[in-house]
Design a protein around this ligand. Structure first.
Ligand SMILES: NC(=O)C1=CN([C@@H]2O[C@H](COP(=O)(O)OP(=O)(O)OC[C@H]3O[C@@H](n4cnc5c(N)ncnc54)[C@H](O)[C@@H]3O)[C@@H](O)[C@H]2O)C=CC1
Ligand SMILES: O=C(O)C(=O)Cc1ccc(O)cc1
Length: 307
């Protein structure tokens, strides 16, 4: 494949950063990949894995010759990274990120971005419950959406270059307004994780009552929740803190709907239950038909497997 950038700097080399590093190498998309991590152990591991061509603990040093800078750190760290790299960014560089929330990342990063770079926030809707440089792999982004949330003054050529980059990794790319992104992701990604953390926590609290039956008899439905609930605590703490409004709005709606379900169960209203379960099964089937039956959609796998 053809080279798209002379130098790419990866700030953060966990699941997403290291998957990007592997893809860039695999597809020959840059002459030089500079890897930066704030943790010496992570950087050493990245070097052992051969993820880049140059390694540095300094994000500022990493970006100085980069034509594309990809920030892949927990969303709560975006502002500090932006502040550190800003004075060292090359004229005309594209600066993007992969954070799961967009309004907050823009609020944190944009004020630091000099006018001579192109800042284009992004979010690949692709991941796993694993983290760190060993967790990444080629193919993570294939067949997955990547959402770009360009700002009103975003340069069309720079955006087109970034779009081609993600498409080369096999992603489908959409533009979205950041606020809309945060609402959509709150319901399709953030709430499922919060619900999973909660149900596994509840089961764990019950453990004293049930004396390890929770683990012994855990059916695949519960196991699906434990997969999501095994996701990185730092990352998900930051997502909750940085998409607070949209998550609280969706949680309020969720609680209302749960109360409706609770009522139907209490009053033995089988028709209400049957109607809802029929409606939700159709949604799952349309996701499977569209070929998006892995990762986040795995949330509902149990129901289909029983058919
Ligand atoms: N894990 C997932 O499934 C997905 C994650 N994302 C987003 O991608 C970003 C990175 O996530 P992962 O790669 O999964 O995380 P990870 O935990 O695997 O890697 C995070 C990286 O950021 C570095 N880092 C942590 N705190 C930092 C700080 N305060 N300053 C500078 N660097 C710091 C770590 O050393 C590590 O290299 C997050 O913003 C997350 O919301 C987006 C899509 C999917
Ligand atoms: O592992 C899963 O099921 C996921 O949901 C992965 C994921 C996590 C966070 C994102 O912002 C996007 C995708």
């Amino acid at each position: 494949m053809t080279k798209q950038f002379e130098t790419i700097a990866l700030i953060g080399i966990g699941l997403i950063g290291s998957s990007l590093a592997r893809e860039i190498k695999d597809k020959g998309l840059a002459s030089t990949v500079v890897v930066s991590s704030r943790s010496p152990d992570t950087l050493k591991r990245a070097e052992q894995l051969g993820l880049g061509d140059r390694y540095t603990l300094s994000a500022a040093d990493a970006v100085k010759d980069a034509d594309l800078v990809i920030v892949s750190v927990p969303v709560g760290a975006s502002g500090a990274v932006a502040e550190a790299i800003a004075p060292h960014l090359k004229r005309g560089a594209i600066v993007t990120d992969v954070g799961s929330t967009k309004g907050s990342v823009i609020a944190q990063m944009k004020p630091h971005m000099p006018s001579h770079v192109h800042f284009i926030p992004g979010h690949p809707i692709a991941g796993t419950e694993y983290s760190g440089p060993d967790a990444g792999f080629v193919g993570l982004f294939k067949g997955r959406w990547c959402i770009l949330t360009p700002l009103p003054d975003t340069d069309a050529d720079a955006k087109a270059k970034l779009r081609v980059f993600w498409e080369t990794l096999g992603s489908m790319v959409d533009d979205m307004d950041p606020e809309h992104h945060d609402k959509v992701l709150a319901i399709v990604s953030h709430l499922p994780h919060i619900i999973a953390y909660n149900i596994v926590g509840t089961a764990d609290d019950l453990e004293t009552v049930t004396e390890s039956e929770v683990i012994k008899y855990s059916a695949s439905g519960f196991r699906d929740f434990t997969r999501l609930a095994a996701s990185d605590p730092t990352m998900w703490r930051d997502v909750c803190l940085h998409n607070k409004d949209a998550i609280l709005e969706m949680l309020a709606r969720f609680s209302e709907d749960l109360a409706y379900l609770q009522r139907a169960i209490r009053w033995g209203d089988g028709d209400k239950l049957f109607d809802l379960f029929t409606r939700t099964r159709a949604i799952r089937r349309s996701i499977v038909q569209a070929g998006q039956d892995t990762d986040m959609a795995d949330f509902g796998r149990h129901a289909m497997d029983q058919k």
